[in-house]
Design a protein around this ligand. Structure first.
Ligand code: CA
Length: 131
């Protein structure tokens, strides 16, 4: 499992990376939208955790560009804003999931595990269990 984190808050990116590495995921981090897009376009990632508010390109622009290039990574938008409008916008662009900051690492791991199994499952996967 290979995960790309695109997040310009260094502290959060660090915590995310450390948490995911502890679970044996291979993790790469980019700190702005352009770099995140370049990495995402390699197509090697199972999951992309994509912040919305990013320098150079915002997360929705990155998401849109990735989907136009037929990148099928499971994309989880990380947003500090919980407004419905953002969620609708992201879903229109082809996001698979959302997490509203601040979120629990436990929740992140549950979703990562779920998305890794749902990519290969033929039937609809259940939502991750809530604690
Ligand atoms: Ca940000």
């Amino acid at each position: 499992m290979r995960i790309l984190i695109v997040e310009d808050e260094y502290a959060l990116a660090d915590v995310l990376k450390a948490t995911l590495q502890k679970e044996n995921y291979t993790v790469d981090v980019e700190f702005d939208g352009e770099a995140g897009l370049d990495q995402g376009l390699t197509g090697i990632y199972d999951i992309i955790l994509l912040d919305v508010m990013l320098p150079k390109m915002n997360g929705f622009q990155v998401l849109d560009a990735l989907r136009r290039e037929k990148i099928s990574s499971h994309i989880v938008m990380l947003t500090a804003r919980s407004e419905l409008d953002d969620k609708v916008t992201g879903l229109d662009y082809g996001a698979d999931d959302y997490m509203t900051k601040p979120f629990e690492m436990k929740e992140l791991l549950a979703r990562a595990t779920w998305s890794s199994t749902s990519r290969t499952a033929s039937s609809p996967a259940p939502q991750p269990a809530r604690p």
